[in-house]
Design a protein around this ligand. Sequence first.
Ligand SMILES: [Zn+2]
Length: 140
Amino acid sequence: MDSTLSAAAEELLKEIKKAFQETSHVPDDLLLGLKFIFGSSAVPALDLVDQRSVTRVTSPSGRTAYQVLGSSGKLYTCYSSCRFCTCPAFGFTVLQKSESLLCKHILAVYLSQAMGACQELTVSEEQLTSILLAEEEDEG
Ligand SMILES: [Zn+2]
């Protein structure tokens, strides 16, 4: 399994960013591309972006994590640099079965970056560490 996003996926995200900067919306052909590449993660991820569910958390030293408020109301932590998410779907369909490139939360992070739709939150170094290390095993 390739550890980087496929070239097609990266190209698509770039196109979305460009289109969004120019027109403030994502054209239908790119939406179809999203659905084609990311399958069933595409629509829920777009919903998360619409609902402004993605927060970029940064500390004074520049460490960054993303928190995504899932549709169930649970907060997941995503690391876009190493493409990892704390949700159960990521563990199951991405890590164990290699069925997907990523979960809807990570896709929502990428889309929020492309569309400039991230909420911003600045926390202390200690707070960021506790966000990164928080391990809740609740049902997602
Ligand atoms: Zn996830």
